[in-house]
Design a protein around this ligand. Sequence first.
Ligand SMILES: Cc1cc2nc3c(=O)[nH]c(=O)nc-3n(C[C@H](O)[C@H](O)[C@H](O)COP(=O)(O)OP(=O)(O)OC[C@H]3O[C@@H](n4cnc5c(N)ncnc54)[C@H](O)[C@@H]3O)c2cc1C
Length: 403
Amino acid sequence: MRKIAIIGAGASGLMAACFASSHARVIIFEKQKMPGRKILATGNGRCNISNRNLDASRFYGKNPDFVNNVFGAFGLDKTEPFFSSIGIPFAEGKDGRLFPASFQASAVQKMLSFEAQKRGAEIMLHRRIDTIVPKKKALVLITAGREYHHFDSVILAAGSCAYPQLGGSDAGYALAASLGHTIAPLIPAIVPLNATPKALHRLEGIKWDCTLIARYQHTTIASSTGEVLFTKYGLSGPATLEISTAVNRAIIAGKEVEIFIDFFPALTPDELSAHFQTLFAETSKPLALCLAGIIKERIAEIVLPLAGKDPFAFAGSLRTEEIPGLVKIFKHLRVIPGKPRPFSDAMVASGGVYTDEINPSTMESRIVQGLFITGELLDITGTSGGYNLQFAWSTGAIAGMNV
Ligand SMILES: Cc1cc2nc3c(=O)[nH]c(=O)nc-3n(C[C@H](O)[C@H](O)[C@H](O)COP(=O)(O)OP(=O)(O)OC[C@H]3O[C@@H](n4cnc5c(N)ncnc54)[C@H](O)[C@@H]3O)c2cc1C
């Protein structure tokens, strides 16, 4: 029987093990003390396992169409029955997001690890692979403890450098590069954003449903409506995470990106103007207090000065012709995103091994025979919503079947 090694017992490595164990002897090397540690943290502990709306437009990379081949070979149509067959049926949430029906990431981590071992894979913990040496008919893995292991094929499923707190590191890129692979620049993705004006930092801790539109030279590069969490350095929360990959990729490419915040996404400018006229008719009330019934008062206190208005001045001091300026600041507040935040804040890393060096039907390297590369290590990054895990499941399964 062929002997196969998998480097990394994460999402794609465990999936690969489940599919490879039917035709090979499989050993997984995992540097951490347990398999699937990142899976445990996914979806805030609920594991956003996939999404009904899988298509290339949800992914970034030099060649996002690579995902069409991958999902053609092993898409949601095969992922859902696989998880169901191991006791994890899916439940659907907002925007096509899928979760295990128990909404417990720990169930996915435990049941997938159990399944891989039940099918015959051996998981060796505390084993970091530092070197891969291609020999004539084998690949030799060398661990940090200088153990040498010979294999017919190797699946490199070592994940990205995002979230080092849960084991993210550069190791996978270094191993791939040492064998001749090219690595697209790595950029923190699905990550909060540094942003100015600084006045907004005083909203730290406040959450509000907004629309965020990121633009470069008047063209929209990403937008999202949902909860924004204001922080001491800028913006976080689901709507921010959603646009963050496009924003950071543009910033790293040297583009000057602007983000516009709409604090009243459900109202047109005319509707908001009509509201303002009614609310400001109470001339003896401070301006911010006039708005306290339609937006958090603290937001009004911080945003009104950005339009040159004292939030504690009486509404009577406001002239009718000033209302369009206030509508504009609440519907179209311009903020400037700064340098990307570190990988320790990022859920995923954009960039990685170029996909034109990988056969999408098998996940085998076009450079080293017998080497397969899966998951987030590849230059494919999904937006938030379950897309990254689905890519890990699919690439893992394909590699496992074809190794
Ligand atoms: C906080 C957080 C929340 C997330 N939530 C979601 C979500 O809800 N939905 C979603 O789709 N995606 C989510 N993601 C992203 C998702 O977890 C990853 O895209 C996915 O786990 C990638 O799978 P992978 O197999 O490529 O890598 P990983 O799952 O990271 O696995 C790689 C494994 O390789 C091991 N390893 C690395 N180097 C070596 C080495 N040299 N030797 C031995 N072992 C090694 C690591 O310890 C790790 O266990 C989240 C990420 C984070 C950090």
